[in-house]
Design a protein around this ligand. Structure first.
Ligand SMILES: *Cc1c(COP(=O)(O)O)cnc(C)c1O
Length: 463
């Protein structure tokens, strides 16, 4: 944070980049007509919890990039570990009875960090590929057990499990399903455990049980003998930081156990300290059979994902001959070397425990103080994810068509703060290195931006 900002060009350079960007770069999840009109934000540098744009503006990155830069920006140690591995061996595959040193070390490290019962890891380069791997793996598992009719995977509306065909199908995003004929067959969705959306004002624990029993209902409708697995994020991230009541996951676990179906915890966001534990499953008392990971495993410095495979599944797969699945970059040595160094940082700086016992509770208290703002309704948090719902000063909801969340997000960015908008819900997932004084700084910026948003909404006649 004390390093000098290098000269990164004038406003003209920014504009030239924006024109080139618009002419050639197809962005993920982007309306390109709007992008061409407004120009992309060009981010050029990061350090700690901050990023800088091409015009030199310093911005608090309240979203850790995309939920991934857990160890913060500017970690020279990760850069060096990756560079040294590139010198030594930039690539070799893990097919054909080969392996490489960082992949072996990382697999062993992850097995040690995982909840009890996990001894094996399958590597991919992303969370989406890891969830595709889950689909293939659980179907293979049931085939090997002589139950090939067990193909159905149950997920939840508004879940996010990636953007490949299987990932987008497992996910419950209506906008994604509306394009290209998704979901794929044999993927079924139940309601999400979202109290403020589904049953505002009701008792949270009673609602948690009710939401879990939608799984039991689905099993009855589909026929439990056809169901292979249930998949869920411990806390739904992209769906808007949906924190389930404490009663929810134990009941889901009970139902999975009662019917013998596999439980997949998608920990791509919740893993590696985000909820104050190495895995979010520990926070919610989930005993999964498979764990999807990506994002925070490398703090995003290089792409890496994978599946932690519990012994119940690993034993059957191992006895079943070749599993015809894998990627060129499974166990990529540079990605694994970066992950190992990132995990060392999380451990040496005690970041997981700090989020659980120290900075997480501090963030929760400071963020909750925003509930007093006239535009803020429901506020909640869990570890280092948090969300607030924008409402009218009289507490009533905004018409979604007004795009109030996006207006608020624009005010945030203009004033040096990244918050994500999911409808009218504004969410954060800051780097785990954020210190209490930086939490104060962030909450002050958010409060300032909420005031600005209120003025803009008043000028538009929305409040
Ligand atoms: C981001 C995300 C994915 C997809 O990961 P990619 O690396 O973008 O493919 C899957 N599951 C969850 C919960 C995620 O947040």
């Amino acid at each position: 944070m004390t390093r000098q900002v290098p000269p990164i060009g004038s406003a003209l350079d920014t504009h030239a980049l924006q024109l080139l960007d618009s002419a050639h770069y197809l962005h993920p999840f982007t309306d390109h007509a709007a992008l061409a009109r407004e120009g992309a934000r060009v981010i050029v540098r990061g350090d700690g919890i901050y990023i800088w744009d091409a015009d030199g503006q310093q911005i608090i990155d309240g979203m850790s990039g995309l939920w991934c830069v857990n160890a913060g920006y500017g970690r020279t140690r990760i850069v060096q570990a990756a560079a040294e591995q590139m010198q030594t061996l930039p690539f070799y595959n893990s097919f054909f009875q080969s392996t490489n040193v960082p992949a072996v070390q990382l697999a062993a490290r992850l097995a040690a960090l995982a909840p009890p019962g996990f001894q094996h890891v399958f590597f991919t380069s992303s969370g989406s590929e890891a969830n595709d791997t889950n689909v293939r793996m659980v179907r293979r598992y049931w085939e090997l057990l002589g139950q090939p009719q067990r193909r159905v995977i149950i997920s939840r509306h508004n879940a996010y499990h990636g953007s490949t065909l299987a990932g987008a199908s497992l996910g419950g995003m209506a906008g994604m399903h509306a394009q290209g004929g998704l979901p794929l067959p044999d993927i079924h969705h139940i309601g999400e455990p979202n109290l403020w959306k589904q049953a505002p004002g009701t008792d949270p624990e009673a609602f948690g049980l009710q939401a879990a029993r939608w799984l039991e209902q689905a099993l009855a409708d589909i026929g439990p003998e056809r169901v292979a697995a249930f998949i869920g994020e411990p806390v739904q991230g992209a769906g808007g930081v949906v924190i389930p009541p404490a009663s929810y996951w134990p009941e889901i676990q009970r139902i999975c156990d009662a019917h013998g179906i596999l439980l997949i915890a998608d920990e791509v966001i919740c893993g590696f300290g985000r909820l104050g534990h190495w895995f979010g499953s520990e926070r919610f008392g989930i005993r999964p059979d498979l764990i999807t990971f990506a994002k925070g495993v490398t703090s995003g410095y290089v792409p890496l994902g994978g599946v932690l495979v519990g012994e119940r599944v690993a034993r059957v797969l191992a006895a079943g001959g070749e599993f015809a699945h894998g990627f060129t970059y499974s166990g990529h040595p540079v990605a694994c070397a970066a992950a190992l160094e990132n995990l060392r940082i999380l451990e040496e700086e005690d970041l997981v425990r700090r989020v659980r016992e120290d900075t997480g509770p501090y963030l929760a208290a400071r963020f909750a103080s925003l509930a007093g703002h006239p535009l803020v309704g429901h506020v909640d948090s869990c570890g280092f994810v948090a969300g607030l719902n924008l409402v009218r000063p009289d507490g009533s909801a905004f018409d979604p068509a007004l795009g109030v969340g996006l207006l608020c997000r624009a005010q945030m960015f203009r004033n040096g703060m990244v918050m994500r908008a999911v409808g009218e819900r504004m969410i954060i997932a800051p780097p785990l290195i954020m210190q209490p004084r930086q939490i104060d700084e962030m909450v002050a910026r958010i409060r300032y931006c909420l005031n600005e948003t209120q003025q803009v909404l008043a000028a538009l006649g929305y409040v």
